[in-house]
Design a protein around this ligand. Sequence first.
Ligand SMILES: Cc1cc2nc3c(=O)[nH]c(=O)nc-3n(C[C@H](O)[C@H](O)[C@H](O)COP(=O)(O)OP(=O)(O)OC[C@H]3O[C@@H](n4cnc5c(N)ncnc54)[C@H](O)[C@@H]3O)c2cc1C
Length: 373
Amino acid sequence: MAKRRLVLIGGGHAHMVTLANIRTIVDKGYDVTVIQPSTHHYYSGMGPGMLGGTYHPDDIRFATRKVVESQGGTFVKDKVVSIDPEKQVVRLDNSDEEVGYDVLSCNAGSSVPRDIIHADSPEIFTAKPIESLFRAQEKILSLSKERALNIAIIGGGPSSIEIAGNVQQLGQRQALHQPHISIYTGREIMVGKPAKIRKLALASLTKRGVKVLEGNYVKNIDQGIIHLEDGTSHPADIIFPAVGVRPSPIFADSGLATGPDGGLLVNRFLQCPAYPNIFGGGDCIYFEPDPLDKVGVYAVRQNPVLYHNLMAGLEGEDLEAFQPGGSYLLIYNLGNDEGVFCKWSVIFGGKLAFKIKDYIDRKFIEKFQTIEK
Ligand SMILES: Cc1cc2nc3c(=O)[nH]c(=O)nc-3n(C[C@H](O)[C@H](O)[C@H](O)COP(=O)(O)OP(=O)(O)OC[C@H]3O[C@@H](n4cnc5c(N)ncnc54)[C@H](O)[C@@H]3O)c2cc1C
């Protein structure tokens, strides 16, 4: 009898526990295939720190291909473009070959919408994928030897303030011509967050020379020029669009049921209601019982339930429901070894906040990097 096949789309934050247990799944007699466009997965929480030079790319990444293959799984370096739930196959970007599954798990993450980018250019680096922040660092380091760059960050949310603060750190610590950094945000910076977070973030950034231009939406970016809705235009050498994220489009493109944000609609078992052999976690899902913020915290919390349910799906056992849990800790890395800590009503800024984040993030990635060895 043919082996039952488990296929994982993406080796992101929600698949870490499943990836760590591939040997167990294979030993139980199942085939495991992981499809991902890159051989490594980067931990987003440390991405801005990598941009700022606090971490080397090797410190913040997980060797997905090595982990999969060393445990007897198959790694396919490609991007899934669609899922055919009737034929039980996924289709790839760079190959005509279809990959068949009996149980499918989707952790394809999210990406920054590119609607405002009219003409693509090498100066544009979106906040995701995290790899793009390393390419941005290389470009800044090379160009800033000659002159002070104009660097623009579009958006006023967490990834925008983290990128701005870490670009400032990069300039300062690498003794470059210090770049002129501007944040362009349609609304207030960190809108929707407690006023104290906004105040602390603004204070940390502005005292280090970051300009924060609020209340004016960017209409488009064209050939290194930022066009605002008020009709003004601003040239920039490097542009970081950090305007939030949108779930992977593969579900809508495949005609699967999605939530209003385009994420794969799943029930409390992280399972697609119309196709019970399709599961998912992380930013790419729309958790129907209680729609979730797009933060890595939820992807991490989903890990054990997703792993349990994938095994249950293969073995015909009972599924476990995912409980999102209560309030979560977020610490923003603002560069200069400063952070903003927030949990419940406890909010504070400064070096201690960054120290706590650095400790938690290093522990998290080290735990999974040990599987590589
Ligand atoms: C700059 C930045 C900093 C952040 N900091 C934090 C933080 O400190 N704390 C926090 O909780 N959250 C943070 N977030 C949010 C966090 O990144 C996301 O919530 C988290 O990455 C979601 O994890 P995921 O596994 O769903 O997706 P991802 O981490 O994006 O992983 C998805 C994986 O799927 C792969 N993939 C994508 N498309 C396909 C495809 N078509 N086929 C196959 N594979 C595919 C990708 O290569 C990737 O490996 C941050 C986000 C950004 C942008």
